[in-house]
Design a protein around this ligand. Structure first.
Ligand code: ADP
Ligand code: ADP
Ligand code: ZN
Length: 216
């Protein structure tokens, strides 16, 4: 099961990937999380990535490709993975295909989460993330039992700096310009399935299960 979740910021990729990775017994490889962890640990990768992330721009291809390749070579990814937020450019998609081919593998499916801008804005501006375990909540759509506290680990919830409205608008433009061309790229390869991402968290999960049913 080697699957990539594709979609604009706020489409629900992380929310779905976290649960389904557990269900399928494969790692959830989220490049945004990987970069935020690197930043929290003040590694060279994290410090390099920060200036791009703060502006809502993409981290340069060679930087993110190297970091993702390293992660996918770890033992737990040998039996499969859910990629969340990678690839985001055609160059990244090509690098991923080469990397997998070296290991005699290929991507099985790409799931596109279709959500439109008004809903993306509502989701991103209300998103809260746990400092402890990275779980994602929403102040109205997926509130924690106790405000500001993670249901899973009791950690503190915070608002990502790049979820401010100005940065969000930039990220949506970056998606349209740099990532949306991947839709055609994967459509041509017959790997793309579009899921209507605007339903409830549960109904979207059902659609993703259905779209990947044959792979499990
Ligand atoms: P992405 O990883 O694609 O950027 P997230 O999974 O972080 O998106 O979701 C963005 C925000 O929207 C979060 O606050 C999350 O709780 C909320 N959310 C996710 N899926 C849904 C849904 N189906 N309906 C309503 N809110 C959702
Ligand atoms: P979201 O799903 O809300 O867009 P992510 O957590 O996936 O946010 O990504 C946050 C930021 O990390 C991006 O705006 C970008 O700066 C950087 N990033 C994550 N993945 C990639 C990638 N594949 N290529 C380039 N930059 C990335
Ligand atoms: Zn937590």
């Amino acid at each position: 099961m080697r699957v990539a979740f594709l979609g604009p910021p706020g489409a629900g990729k992380g929310t779905q990937a976290r649960e389904l990775a557990r269900e399928w017994g494969v790692p959830h490889v989220a490049t945004g999380d990987l970069l935020r962890e690197a930043l929290a640990a003040a590694t060279p990768l994290g410090l390099e990535a920060k200036r791009y992330m703060d502006q809502g721009a993409l981290v340069p291809d060679e930087v993110i490709i190297g970091a993702t390749a390293e992660r996918l070579r770890e033992a737990d990814a040998a039996r499969g993975f859910i990629l969340d937020g990678f690839p985001r450019t055609v160059a990244q998609a090509e690098a991923l295909a080469r990397l997998l081919a070296e290991q005699g593998q290929k991507l099985d499916a790409v799931i596109f989460f279709e959500v439109f801008e008004p809903e993306l804005l509502r989701r991103l501006t209300g998103r809260r993330v746990c400092r402890g375990c990275g779980a994602t909540f929403h102040v109205t759509f997926a509130p924690p039992r106790s405000a500001g506290v993670c249901d899973r680990c009791g950690g503190e919830l915070y608002q990502r700096e790049d979820d401010s409205e100005a940065t969000v608008l930039n990220r949506l433009q970056v998606f349209a310009r740099q990532t949306a061309p991947l839709l055609d790229h994967y459509r041509r390869q017959r790997l793309l399935t579009t899921v209507r991402g605007e339903g409830s968290i549960e109904s979207v999960r059902g659609e993703v299960r259905e779209a990947t049913g044959a792979l499990q």
